[in-house]
Ligand binder design. Sequence first.
Ligand code: HEM
Length: 445
Amino acid sequence: MTALPGGEPRTAGLSRRALLGSAIATVGGSAALGLAGSALFAGGGPPVPAEGEHGVVSPFGAHQAGVDTPQQRHAMFVSADLTVPDAATLRTFLRDLTATITRITRGDHPPASGMLSPGASTVTDFATGLPPARLTVTVGLGLRVLALPGIAAPPPRRLRPLPAFDGDALDPRWSDGDLLLQLCADDAQVLSAAMRSLRARMPGFATLRWTQSGFSSAPPAGGTPRNMFGQKDGTSNPRPGTAAFDDTVWARDDEPGWFAGGTYLVFRKIRMKTADWDLTGRDEQDAVIGRRRSDGAPLTGRQEFDEPDFDATVGADPVIAADAHIRRVRGFPMLRRSYSYDYGQLIATAGGHPEPAADSRHEHPKGAPGHVHGADEHAHVGHGQIDVGLLFCAYGNDPERQFIAAQRRSAESDRLSRFITHTGSALFAVLPGCREGGYLGDTLL
Ligand code: HEM
């Protein structure tokens, strides 16, 4: 591979987009991939896919992609600490990130890197031949960044450290950070290639802090995806394109002007005690949430999208219990765009506890069959070591009144708390979108 004078890296004389085009031609044109009538083969040179074609999601607009974008199947969350000393260096970095994002989201190679002399290295494009798969990269900044010398604009008003909550078992190894990259795509290999492309831009500007990988599978016919407890998760989310969504998610008018079109992201890594859950009876599982696990309907309704009736009683008791999850967190709207994770036993078999902050000794639900506490299969190589859960993402324009208020209520008394542990936490200001030719953060810098 050589870096051409125009800065365009080439592999065997062809960009990834051109290779993709020829791959599609080989299998019989766009119809073979179920792609709508496209301009793919029109004109000379590598075709430029349009928005929506071949899974291209435009990174440009008033808002960044990856928030109101229909949820993709795979995600990687990358947190980094910035090593930039001032606003000018941050500008250079964000410009470069934007140029990289612009190219990789349409299936191109990343731009040539100034760090490499021509011919010094090659892009190992292991996503060759794959369409962009609705790849989006969403960029957020932590509070510390906004205090860099040379930044004159005030930080977003509601960007304050999250408080501690009862029951938290946070591990700093997967908490916080200056920079968040939320990468989402329908193809895990495209996602991995995107991560490598973005990571290659970091030396001299940022060091990796943590990464988390997740997935979300909705039924082929559409519908709400299920989490690792088997529940439909996302039913009462605001829907993109509605006033409720805009009012909940996008920065409010009282925010600094540069933040218009931005939002906040609360990220929590939440471990789910799947073994305890699986030993819990179906009725109790339904009571924990206040909805039926089978079809997602509220306990007072017949179908998933029926409004829960919190006043309904059976005898003296409410049908939806006082400590049911949906009762506790109701009234604090937010966009939950979470991904499940399953890290299996990997970390445990490598010699450590998957969550050092957590205590693997626990009680089985009353009456459930269990192993002998302290026995090997219970604590050391048994289910206490399975690291499965939710990469919980709450987008909203007021973390204090949305996530924090909801999490306080939940920490007070939520029947779900017995089955979950929050082990990671971070809050970012998600930058507004930018127009083509601009760069992410250009209103700030
Ligand atoms: C692993 C942890 C969690 C699991 C398994 C879980 C599961 C669920 C389920 C099954 C629902 C009902 C379906 C739906 O509307 O999506 C729900 C609703 C909801 N959850 Fe969670 N949740 C978790 C953590 C959280 C956290 C940490 C918060 C925020 C503090 C939260 C806030 C909400 C909200 C606001 C709703 C909608 C309530 C409504 O208005 O009906 N959840 N959750």
